[in-house]
Write a protein that binds this ligand. Structure first.
Ligand code: GLV
Length: 315
C-alpha cells in the first residue's frame, strides 16, 4: 500500500481522494512539521501533500529520493518547493491552479476598497467609542471607482481582479514581461507604477520577483496611491514599504501576505493607512476544499502511474 505524508490538517473531506492509502500525519494540533521532521518523514513515503508553510528543499527531497514520487502543494504558489531539485530526482510537483482565482480576487478587491477608503481605521474608532458623530472632513479616502488600477502580473487571478474592476469603471493597466497584445499592457513596470492610482500584485513569488517592489519603485508611485499585495510577501520590500507609509509617500497599503509569515514587519503594524490580513486570500470553505481535493487527487493519480493536469515545471 502506498504511503502518503499529509503535513497539515486539511478541510473535512479533503483526504477522500487518498482513500485506501496509508496516511502519515497530519499533526493533530495542525502544527507545521519542523524541517527535521519533514526530512525524517520524507524517507518513508511515496507521496507528500504539503502546504505553503512547508519548505520542501533539496534536503527533504534527498531524504525521499528513490521512493518519493510526488509532492503536491495545496496552494497555487509553490515558491516553498525547489521544483528543479525535485524534478532532478524524478519527483513530480503539483499545485492547485484555477480553483482559487475568484476567491483570491475577492480578497484583493476587499483590500483595494478597505485600504483606499480607510475602512479599518474608521471601524476601529467606532468600536472604541471614538467616533464623535458625522463630520465632513472625517475619514477621507481615495475613490476606487474611476481610478487607474495597475495589475502587476496578469494570470488568472490578475484577470479576475480586472473583471471586478470593470464594474467599478476603473481603467485597468497590466504589466507582464511578454506583450499580452491586450489593451492596457505596459511592458515597463516603472511606467505602470507611476501611472496607477491603485497597484495590485498578482505575480508569482520566488527569487525572480524578490523585492520587485523596492524603495526605488515605491518612490515612483503617486503619494496618493494604494498598494495591494495578495501574491507573495517577498515581492515587496516590507521595510521600504513601511518607510513610505510612515513618511506619507504612499496613501495606503492592503496586505494579505508577508515576507516572513507569520511575522509581520513591526513598522508595518503601526504604519498609517495599512490594512493587514493574515493570508486569507483563498480562505473560503468551498475553495479550500477544492484546493485540498486537487492536491490529494494529484498524488493519487501519480501513485497509480498517471499524469495529473496540475503538474508544475521549474519556472
Ligand atoms: C496561497 O497563497 C496560494 O498560493 O494558494
Amino acid at each position: 500500500m502506498a504511503s502518503v505524508l499529509v503535513t497539515r490538517r486539511l478541510p473535512e473531506g479533503g483526504l477522500d481522494p487518498l482513500a485506501g492509502h496509508d496516511l502519515v500525519g497530519p499533526n493533530h494540533d495542525d502544527r507545521a512539521f519542523t524541517h527535521d521532521e519533514l526530512v525524517a518523514h520524507a524517507r518513508d513515503v511515496d507521496g507528500i501533500v504539503c502546504l505553503l508553510t512547508d519548505r520542501i528543499d533539496p534536503q527533504v527531497l534527498n531524504a525521499g529520493a528513490g521512493r518519493l514520487r510526488v509532492v503536491a502543494n495545496a496552494a497555487v504558489g509553490y515558491d516553498n518547493i525547489d521544483v528543479a531539485a525535485a524534478n532532478e530526482r524524478g519527483i513530480v510537483v503539483c499545485n492547485t491552479p484555477g480553483v482559487l482565482d475568484e476567491t483570491t480576487a475577492d480578497v484583493a478587491f476587499l483590500l483595494i476598497l478597505a485600504a483606499a477608503r480607510g475602512a479599518w481605521v474608521a471601524e476601529r474608532d467606532l468600536r472604541a467609542g471614538d467616533w464623535p458623530g458625522w463630520g465632513i472632513t472625517q475619514y477621507l479616502g481615495r475613490d476606487v471607482h474611476g481610478a487607474v488600477l495597475g495589475l502587476v502580473g496578469y494570470g488568472r487571478i490578475g484577470r479576475a481582479v480586472a473583471r471586478r474592476a470593470a464594474g467599478f469603471d476603473m481603467t485597468v493597466l497590466h504589466h507582464t514581461r511578454h506583450d499580452t497584445g491586450e489593451p492596457g499592457w505596459r511592458g515597463d513596470l516603472d511606467a505602470l507604477l507611476a501611472e496607477a492610482d491603485i497597484v495590485s500584485l498578482h505575480c508569482p513569488g520566488g527569487e525572480a520577483t524578490r523585492h520587485l517592489i523596492d524603495a526605488r519603485r515605491l518612490a515612483l508611485m503617486k503619494p496618493t496611491a494604494v498598494l495591494v499585495n495578495t501574491a507573495r510577501g517577498t515581492v515587496v520590500d516590507e521595510a521600504a514599504l513601511a518607510d513610505a507609509l510612515h513618511d506619507g509617500r504612499l496613501f495606503a497599503a492592503g496586505l494579505d501576505v508577508y515576507e516572513r509569515e507569520p511575522q509581520v514587519h513591526p513598522r508595518l503594524l503601526d504604519a498609517p493607512g495599512t490594512m493587514l490580513l493574515p493570508h486569507i486570500g483563498s480562505a473560503s470553505f468551498t475553495t479550500r476544499l477544492q484546493m485540498a481535493h486537487l492536491a490529494t487527487s494529484a498524488v493519487a493519480t501519480v501513485l497509480v502511474g498517471g499524469t495529473p493536469p496540475n503538474v508544475v515545471t521549474p519556472g
